[in-house]
Design a binder for this molecule. Structure first.
Ligand code: 5GP
Ligand code: MG
Ligand code: MG
Length: 189
């Protein structure tokens, strides 16, 4: 598939699977008390908020790896800026379907680069008064540490390269690759 387009594999399918299980175990341990108290029910389930479309693959695998009942919500946002860098000015294309007030919310992200999109999203969701708000991202680039966004769960810290696969696209392609890789320069040409 995509013969010749992938220059190198940065994170293999197996590495993604192992890391997802590891993160799920951590999250399950951290949230066990919050979501299991007396009289647990649909209103106390952990709420995963995935950011479309990049986080879809990770979100669905992560949800299945979590030994806790979770509910799934999705948001779509667009970040104004150039193709390669986001400005931090964000517009909501699709909002959550329900109120998150009083809920334990975990944002599930594919990748954090500048962190500007996430920083905006955190403020936006925080204003809706969730019981708690944390972030779980599969990938993180070096610049992300410069922004003051507390990211509790990180899968892999990767170098500052443009990556595709496992939800991440280049011009809407490559999201269906089961691993994370870098593109051959011929693709951009
Ligand atoms: P940030 O606001 O953190 O700079 O933007 C994060 C978003 O930019 C990600 O959700 C993703 O859509 C996009 N992005 C950042 N780095 C990459 C990358 O290496 N590959 C791809 N395909 N998208 C990226
Ligand atoms: Mg994303
Ligand atoms: Mg994209």
């Amino acid at each position: 598939m995509y013969d010749g387009d992938i220059a190198s594999v940065l994170v293999t399918e197996q590495q993604i699977r192992d890391k997802t299980a590891e993160l799920a175990e951590l999250v399950a341990r951290d949230y066990a008390r919050d979501v299991a108290g007396p009289g647990p029910g649909p209103g106390s389930d952990l709420l995963l908020v995935g950011v479309l479309k990049g986080a879809v693959m990770f979100m669905t695998d992560f949800a299945r790896a979590l030994p806790l009942p979770v509910q799934l919500e999705f948001m779509a946002v667009s970040s104004y800026g150039s193709a390669t860098s986001s400005s931090g000015v964000v517009r909501i294309l699709k909002d959550l379907d329900r109120d998150i007030a009083g809920r334990h919310v975990l944002i599930v992200e594919d990748i954090i680069d500048s962190g500007l999109t996430l920083s905006w999203l955190m403020k936006n969701l925080e204003s809706r008064r969730p019981a708690s708000l944390q972030v779980c991202t599969l990938l993180r680039k070096p610049d992300a540490v410069k922004v003051d966004v507390p990211v509790k769960y990180v899968g892999f810290d990767i170098p500052n390269e443009f990556v595709v696969g496992y939800g991440l696209d280049y011009a809407e392609r490559y999201r269906d690759l089961p691993y994370i890789g870098t593109l051959d320069p011929s693709v951009y040409a």
